[in-house]
Design a protein around this ligand. Structure first.
Ligand code: IPM
Ligand code: MG
Length: 394
């Protein structure tokens, strides 16, 4: 297949890890006979420095004209003054909203080779294999009114947690579809004992659940969930939750795997699938604009080629403390590229090949600094990317 991919390296270690993701995608293209066309665009702090805008209109347009997006990270101390009027993170939020990326998939899986890298006991993390599905374009992050008003000592600020039934339902459908393809267990996380938005969340979750009788659903309050994630993390399969809860729980869950440097993510949405593909491509028979992913409960039975539009990124941040030193772990970005192959392009074999290559490199004892353990071989960012790519060329 032919696909157009927009690269958004962003700030800090972003450009270093994205380069390794591209290296692996090029290896896949060469080995499996695909052509990937890469375009680079600005986002975050570097975009503020160059254009004054964390999401320049050309960047959004480039993403809309491509089949998928690979992002590094945004932000850094240079742009984090609380009084600043523009922030790098706003670029990411505007991109999520602008591309309609409502479902954020954050898989957390423990690699047997890395069991010692977690701060938790091996027997607690041994069977961890879950996906957090975080709602990404609603809730506190986007609700209006939002802002600060008044003068000291009477200043006040407001954020608004608002959800519509449609927003909850489409997120639940993505989550149920995913659970159906896994261990068929869905945990819906809310704060229904306090929040009205959570009571609607729970009601709609159970209405959607009627279409998935083969999937078991449980409700857990967010505070209890944060506790169970540490006490019995192996019990979770798919966790579906609203934006802010998902932000917090996914960082917590990341620690089960030892390092954020290992964890990929996919943000899926309503983009135009197949846009940017030449007429002769495999995807040419797609309807021009596909319906939003998950907008019908039978979406698991979609024709193979109707794929969600997606943005793929490591869940770690820009790590300004180690930027430019060539020591960041690129595996989260490489695994994000694997998710792109699977979710946006439907290239299952190719995605499996990337994941198997990462497994093989870890099993061979290669480590970056964040997951280094005694007796293993320490590698820098580029060398780690090379090891993974070499596995694909054999
Ligand atoms: C994440 C990050 C972002 C978020 C920030 C950078 C805006 O923490 O992707 O989890 O809060 O969504
Ligand atoms: Mg976060």
């Amino acid at each position: 297949m032919h696909a157009k991919i927009t690269l958004l390296p962003g700030d800090g270690i972003g450009s270093e890890v994205v380069a390794e993701g591209v290296k692996v995608l090029r290896a896949i293209a060469a080995q499996f006979g695909h052509t990937f066309e890469f375009t680079e665009a600005l986002i975050g702090g570097i975009a503020i420095d160059r254009t004054g805008n964390p999401l320049p209109p050309e960047t959004l347009a480039a993403c809309q004209a491509s089949d998928a997006v690979l992002l590094g990270a945004v932000g850094g101390p240079k742009w984090s003054d609380p009084k600043a009027t523009v922030r790098p993170e706003q670029g990411l939020l505007d991109l999520r909203a602008g591309l309609g990326l409502f479902a954020n998939l954050r898989p957390v899986k423990i690699y047997p080779a890395l069991i010692g890298a977690s701060t938790l006991k091996p027997e607690v993390v041994a069977n961890v294999d879950m996906v957090i599905v975080r709602e990404l374009t609603g809730g506190l992050y986007f609700g209006k009114p939002q802002g600060q008003s008044g003068q000291a000592p009477n200043r006040e600020a407001v954020d608004t947690l608002r959800y519509t039934e449609a927003e909850i339902a489409r997120l639940m459908r993505v989550s149920f579809d995913l659970a159906r393809s896994r261990r068929k267990k869905l945990t819906s996380v809310d704060k229904a004992n306090v929040l009205a938005s959570s009571r609607l969340w729970r009601t709609v979750a159970h209405e959607v659940a009627k279409d998935y009788p083969d999937v078991e659903i449980e409700d857990i309050l967010v505070d209890a969930c944060s506790m169970y994630l540490i006490r019995r993390p192996g019990d979770f399969d798919v966790i579906a939750t609203e934006n802010m809860f998902g932000d917090i729980l996914s960082d917590e869950a990341a620690m089960l795997a030892g390092s954020m440097g290992m964890l990929p993510s996919a943000s899926l949405g309503t983009g135009i699938v197949g846009a940017g593909l030449p007429p002769q491509s495999e995807n040419a028979d797609l309807p021009e604009k596909t319906r939003p992913y998950g907008s019908q409960s039978e979406s698991a039975d979609l024709p193979e080629k109707t794929r969600p539009y997606g943005l793929y990124e490591p869940i770690h941040g820009s790590a300004p403390d180690i930027a430019g030193q060539g020591i960041a772990n690129p595996l989260a970005t490489i695994l994000s590229a694997a998710m792109m192959l699977r979710w946006s392009f439907g290239l299952e074999r190719e995605a499996d090949a990337v994941e198997a290559a990462v497994d093989a490199v870890l099993a061979a004892g290669y480590r970056c600094r964040d997951i280094q353990t005694p007796g293993c071989t320490l590698l820098g960012t580029q060398a780690m990317g090379d090891r993974v790519a070499e596995q694909l060329y054999v």
